[in-house]
Design a protein around this ligand. Structure first.
Ligand code: NDP
Length: 336
């Protein structure tokens, strides 16, 4: 079968493309400009015409994906802005929401062969800020960020703007499916990953130019730009980018995943967990907060693993393995 991957040049998407090609799928990737296509073509040159790259300049334009969806059997929609630089919330919300409804609309009209659509949402659409530890599940929705952005607009916090964009985009996807029930020959799967870390294979020429989550890891773990209090007390949950890519492939093929929202999370961390693992492997890297005791850490954001176990069953890499592979990658690039 042939799979359309939107935003194919992104950190997560290139791993999704790689995984799909390795599993024997043909892939059509969308990117915003020709310059972003070159790296993908080089990376996967050995797959010949199994990989096709098409340009979709503006995903918010009506009918933007009409041509791209023709003839594909499935869609992985990953394109969406993830950064904390937006002033107006709409800089994130418009492409997130319209990109999502746009691809579904195109699939409805012209995706006659499409059987499944997988949308990359986020735990940003699940979590609620809290000072008490909480285990979130697929029934939880992040209403708080949407409300914050509604009330405060450009004054809302940067994370709230991003989280609102992911919540509203995912809501729009489920609403679309509900609205067109009975008329669409495909079903929807939504994947909700927490922070995604791992080695990079997308086109990036400096560590500072990394995507948001990989850059944060680089700055905190390699550059040590973080205080001891943050190291011991701040964290979230994470998944390795390669495991998330496998989840995207499984989400295409597992019949039982259809119609489901699935959290894909390996485990919780405090930043010092990454720093400790990296320092053990590479003693010249910062040791961080040596007073930290992982057995006493309380994790505010944990995610129920049951649904992922039951429907996908990804064998998650350990934090140590992910750290080792990131460091090997950064070393090969001369970033350590
Ligand atoms: P990247 O920034 O590496 O990739 C984002 C992709 O989306 C790129 O292809 C980018 O294109 C495209 N994109 C961004 N803004 C727009 C826009 N306005 N119009 C069209 N395309 C756009 O990030 P990730 O790979 O990390 O993110 C991929 C997906 O995963 C996103 O949906 C994100 O929300 C989600 N996610 C990421 C997590 C993480 O920790 N990394 C965690 C949870 C979810 P271009 O290169 O041209 O800008």
């Amino acid at each position: 079968g042939k799979v359309l991957v939107t935003g194919a040049n992104g950190f997560i998407a290139v791993w999704v493309v790689k995984t799909l090609l390795e599993q024997g799928f043909a892939v059509r990737g969308t990117v915003r400009s020709e310059s972003k296509a070159a790296h993908l073509r080089e990376t996967f040159a050995s797959y010949g015409d199994k990989l096709e790259i098409v340009i979709v300049e503006d995903i918010t334009k009506e009918g933007a994906f009409d041509e791209a969806v023709k003839g594909v059997d499935a869609i992985e929609h990953t394109a969406s802005p993830f950064h904390f630089k937006a002033v107006e919330p709409d800089e994130l919300i418009v492409p997130a929401v319209h990109g999502t409804t746009g691809i579904l609309q195109s699939a409805l009209k012209f995706g006659t062969a499409v059987k499944r659509v997988v949308v990359t949402s986020s735990c940003a659409a699940v979590l609620t800020l809290s000072t008490e530890p909480r285990v979130f599940s697929e029934t939880d929705w992040n209403e708080g960020s949407v409300q914050e952005v509604r009330e405060q607009g450009a004054q809302a916090t940067a994370p709230a703007k991003y989280r609102a964009s992911k919540t509203l985009a995912e809501r729009a996807a489920w609403a679309f499916v509900e609205e067109h029930k009975g008329k669409i020959p495909w079903d929807l799967v939504v994947l909700n990953p927490p922070f995604v870390f791992g080695p990079v294979i997308h086109g990036v020429d400096s560590a500072e130019g990394l995507n948001e989550s990989a850059r944060e890891w680089y700055l905190k773990v390699v550059k040590g730009e973080v205080d001891n209090d943050t190291l011991a007390n701040v964290g979230s949950s994470y998944v390795d980018v390669r495991d998330l890519a496998l989840a995207h492939a499984l989400a295409l093929t597992k019949p039982e995943a259809g119609g489901e929202r699935i959290i894909v999370s390996a485990s919780a961390y405090k930043w010092q967990d990454w720093v400790s693992a990296a320092h053990r492997l590479e003693p010249k890297l910062p040791a961080g907060n040596t007073a930290y005791d992982p057995s006493k850490a309380t994790h505010l954001f944990q995610y129920a693993p049951e649904k992922e176990r039951r429907l996908l069953g990804v064998p998650f890499r350990t934090l140590e393995q992910t750290t080792k592979d990131i460091l090997d990658d950064f070393k090969a690039r001369g970033w350590l």
